[in-house]
Write a protein that binds this ligand. Structure first.
Ligand code: CTP
Ligand code: MG
Length: 236
């Protein structure tokens, strides 16, 4: 068996879940009896390619996060890192909290709780070859560019992919991209966008159709359906 060098994993989990309409961080909402974040962590700890996990959160959520860590019974090192006001700021804090010898990092949104251990493993393996990568799937819809309610154009769907996480990067280059973003006030919604902005290549790793980001109550209902299909008796 080929052994894959291990990498670190950062999990941005410092949001508020505004679109979920909940009164607390959506990652603490129950999904089939377990907090969303616990599902995410259980998948991440199942791959031997990840050696260290940093969960980025707001301090008021730390007690609840610690309770989840205790339930995992994992040998892996899992630490808490204080998040920022935006996802980008949270990842920046996460990068600064990586172990000093960290060379490659995966970043995976806490809200993508259906990503499988296989997806984590494939992304970690691909990091041996590429400086930057993202899990992504081809879009099924026809996408329109719209301004003020008027369609401006219809990009060729063959070139359109929906970005997911995990996303993986060489640490040195990603830190450089984040520092440049701070200096030049770039605001982006994923880390690959920063890599692209500094002119570095980002490879696609085939994502998973079921790897949704839990954003609205509808997503939660769909996630429950998918998990029940994976294991007909998930609570037994
Ligand atoms: N996130 C973060 N720090 C922030 C904002 C978001 O670490 N300041 C994390 C979220 O916890 C989530 C991921 O980034 O795991 C993707 O963000 P999103 O799905 O937008 O979550 P929220 O920001 O919590 O939701 P909303 O935008 O609806 O408020
Ligand atoms: Mg958000």
């Amino acid at each position: 068996m080929i052994s894959v060098p291990t990498c670190e994993l950062l999990i941005p989990a410092a949001g508020s879940g505004r679109r979920m309409g909940s009164d607390r961080n959506k990652l603490l909402l129950p999904l089939l009896g377990k907090p969303i974040l616990q599902w995410t962590l259980e998948a991440a700890i199942s791959t031997s390619a990840i050696s260290w996990i940093g969960v980025i959160g707001q301090p008021y959520d730390f007690p609840a996060f610690r309770e989840i860590f205790a339930k995992l019974n994992s040998e892996k090192i899992i630490i808490l890192i204080q998040g920022g006001d935006t996802r980008q700021a949270s990842v920046f804090n996460g990068l600064n909290a990586l172990p000093a010898n960290s060379e490659y990092v995966l970043i995976h949104d806490g809200a993508r709780c259906l990503a499988t251990p296989d997806l984590f493993t494939r992304c970690a393996e691909a990091l041996q070859t590429y400086l930057g990568l993202i899990a992504a799937i081809q879009v099924k819809d026809t996408i329109k560019v719209v301004n003020d309610g008027i369609v401006q154009s219809t990009p060729d769907r063959n070139y359109l992919w929906a970005a997911q996480t995990p996303q993986g990067f060489a640490v040195k280059e990603l830190k450089q991209a984040h520092f440049q973003a701070q200096t030049l006030n770039w605001a982006v919604t994923d880390d690959a966008a920063l890599f692209e902005k500094i002119g570095l290549p980002v490879q696609i790793v085939m994502g998973e159709e079921t790897n949704l980001k839990i954003t609205t109550p509808q997503d939660l209902a769909i996630a429950e359906f998918i998990l029940k299909q994976r294991s007909p008796h998930p609570l037994n």
